[in-house]
Design a protein around this ligand. Structure first.
Ligand SMILES: [Zn+2]
Length: 228
């Protein structure tokens, strides 16, 4: 079985579906951008090179294992420095991490992505905003699947502030490209996600044991589920 299902999602844009996690490749005129590398079950670098002849820059939305385990095929990756600790103590051990700062513009030539810092799911989680195409690549933070908010580095207060920050930018994007769950997600998910996270924080949601072993519980917030 192929490690990835590669699906074209727009002009010079692809998603890589790998056993429940999603990575993205975007091609500009001068360079290509790979967002995340998944579980590493196949060589994602070779897979991406099969789609573009341009040099590929690797950026990760955050350093959880399901987003960086294919980084081993690349010399380096860019991420927010608040993820360095998580990266180097996880699947990024021994690999080179370079700083990607908030508001930085990744310019591929004719196509730009703007870095937006959204801590909460992890300290240095980022979203990438393509203003021209009105798309937000959101990692795990904005999705209609299960958002992991249990374990080290997660912070529900930071998450709520980050989602309010994104909601305030609602006039800049229509579509969210999430790393898990249904694809794509409409930008109008934001108010329900904020309400859901606030209800979770306030203890208003009822938790249920998930189908895998953990001390955390699953809380159905309507727009998404939270593991907390
Ligand atoms: Zn994930």
């Amino acid at each position: 079985m192929a490690a990835y299902e590669i699906i074209k999602i727009g002009e010079k844009s692809w998603r890589f579906e790998e056993n429940g996690v999603r990575s993205f490749l975007f091609e500009g005129e001068n360079a290509a951008l790979l967002v995340d590398t998944g579980y590493g079950s196949g060589n994602i670098k070779e897979a991406a090179e099969g789609l573009t002849k341009l040099p590929i820059q690797l950026v990760i939305t955050h350093a959880d294992g399901d987003h960086i385990s294919g980084n081993k095929y690349f010399e380096k990756a860019r991420m927010h420095p608040a993820e360095f600790d998580r990266f180097h103590n996880g699947a990024g051990k021994g690999l080179t991490a370079e700083a990607l700062w908030e508001n930085e513009i990744i310019d591929l030539g004719g196509r730009k992505f703007e870095v937006i810092l959204i801590p909460g799911h992890t300290p240095g989680s980022i979203a990438l905003l393509d203003r021209k195409n009105r798309i937000l690549v959101a990692g795990d933070s904005i999705q209609a699947g299960m958002i992991f908010m249990a374990g080290g580095g997660r912070n529900i207060d930071a998450y709520i502030f980050s989602m309010k920050k994104i909601a305030a930018m609602a006039d800049l994007f229509d579509t969210v490209y999430p790393s898990h769950g249904p694809f794509p997600v409409n930008a109008d998910i934001m108010p329900a996600l904020i309400t859901g996270a606030q209800n979770l924080k306030d203890g208003k949601l009822k938790g249920e044991a998930p189908p895998f072993e953990t001390n955390a519980k699953v809380y159905d917030a309507g727009a998404a589920k939270f593991l907390f």
